[in-house]
Design a protein around this ligand. Structure first.
Ligand code: HPA
Ligand code: ZN
Length: 343
């Protein structure tokens, strides 16, 4: 099939990715290789069998496989290899800045040291900055299906390494685990100078987005697509320019939407929200950042202006220093103009 002309624009523009779970970039091939290296028996006979199991009906059906898959990650080298594989894909997609999530509780609960996890990830991030010029932030997520007390224990384990953590997040099963459950934990993180983000309004109601803003002081909302059920919330997100890190293929695979053509991404942009596209768990959801952008373009018939807006928003919503944001936003405009699209 011929490439749509806007796919070249998507490939050529520099981009930031702000919603990426590093454990969700574990491709089945690497899952098998690490299982063998660590002498772990997987409940699958082949890579094809793993891929065939990726038929999700909701968030929980995915999380069950995602946590099981992560059990092959044991050594510092495993976390390095995982992160490095993602960063090579990021470079291929012309991502110049990435803010990645990691889930320490998934690993420490299995007896893996916090230090093993963070050293492996950080070593790969440093290598990518040196070798590819990709800058990054690292965001520690708390698992919301666990207790707040468990979160406090994880924060205590993280204390010696806070200089290597750029912020905190909240992920895992949303239903029945509202942000308010973690209000004290996030207040403590704020005292420690850690900025917060939170998954909200993916499967959970718009009320969870209000809670993430008011009770957790979340600076961005991860997913947030259910905000359109509450016009007063949309007005607030627009007024305060709170970014939404939208993940279209994730929403499709987890049945948040039943058809990509019905996704509200365009509606979010039209409402003046700082929405952008991300890949979430690319190994499980069928594609990395450029695949998410090209699939969204095709399904929603997005125009050049909308794509340039989404990609510009990825920098606006990032935690890059202001002068870096200014630089990349000018680069987006310059390259778009070179490609024949006035921004
Ligand atoms: N939602 C909640 N938790 C997650 C996700 C997600 O999309 N991906 C990995 N953990
Ligand atoms: Zn996510």
């Amino acid at each position: 099939m011929n490439e749509h002309p806007l796919e070249q624009l998507i490939r050529k523009l520099p981009k930031a990715e702000l919603h990426l779970h590093i454990e969700g970039s574990l491709e089945p091939e690497m899952m098998f290789a690490l299982a063998e290296r660590n002498e772990i028996v997987l409940p699958y006979a082949s890579v094809e069998e793993v891929r065939a199991a990726y038929n999700f009906t909701d968030l929980q059906s995915f999380l069950d496989l995602y946590y099981a898959g992560a059990s092959v990650l044991v050594t510092e080298q495993d976390f390095y290899d995982l992160t490095w594989a993602y960063l090579r894909r990021a470079q291929a997609d012309h991502i110049v800045h990435t803010e990645i999530f990691f889930d320490p509780q998934t690993h420490t609960a299995r007896g893996i040291d916090f230090l093993t996890v963070i050293e492996g990830i950080r070593r790969a991030l440093a290598q990518a900055e040196k070798q590819f010029g990709i800058t990054s932030k690292l965001i520690m997520c708390f698992l919301r299906h666990l207790s707040e007390e468990d979160g406090f224990a994880t924060l205590a384990e993280a204390m010696p390494y806070l200089s290597r953590i750029d912020g905190v997040g909240l992920d895992s099963g949303e239903r029945g685990n509202p942000p308010e459950k973690f209000a004290r934990l996030f207040a403590r993180c704020a005292e420690l100078g850690l900025p917060a983000v939170a998954h909200a309004g993916e499967e959970g109601p718009a009320d969870y987005i209000w809670q993430a803003l008011d009770l957790l002081k979340s600076r961005r909302i991860d997913h947030g697509v259910r905000c359109t059920e509450d016009p007063a919330l949309v007005a607030r997100l627009a007024k305060e320019q709170i970014p939404l890190t939208v993940c279209p293929l994730s929403n499709l695979k987890l049945c948040v939407v039943d058809d990509l053509a019905k996704h509200n991404l365009r509606e979010l942009l039209a409402a003046g929200l700082v929405a952008m596209v991300n890949s979430d768990d690319p190994a499980y959801f069928g594609g990395y950042l450029n695949t998410n952008l090209t699939a969204s373009r095709a399904a929603l018939n997005l125009g050049a202006g909308e794509l340039i807006q989404l990609i510009s928003n990825s920098f606006v919503a990032s935690w890059l220093p202001e002068h870096d944001k200014t630089f990349w936003l000018a680069e987006v405009r310059r390259i778009a103009a070179e490609e024949g699209y006035a921004a």
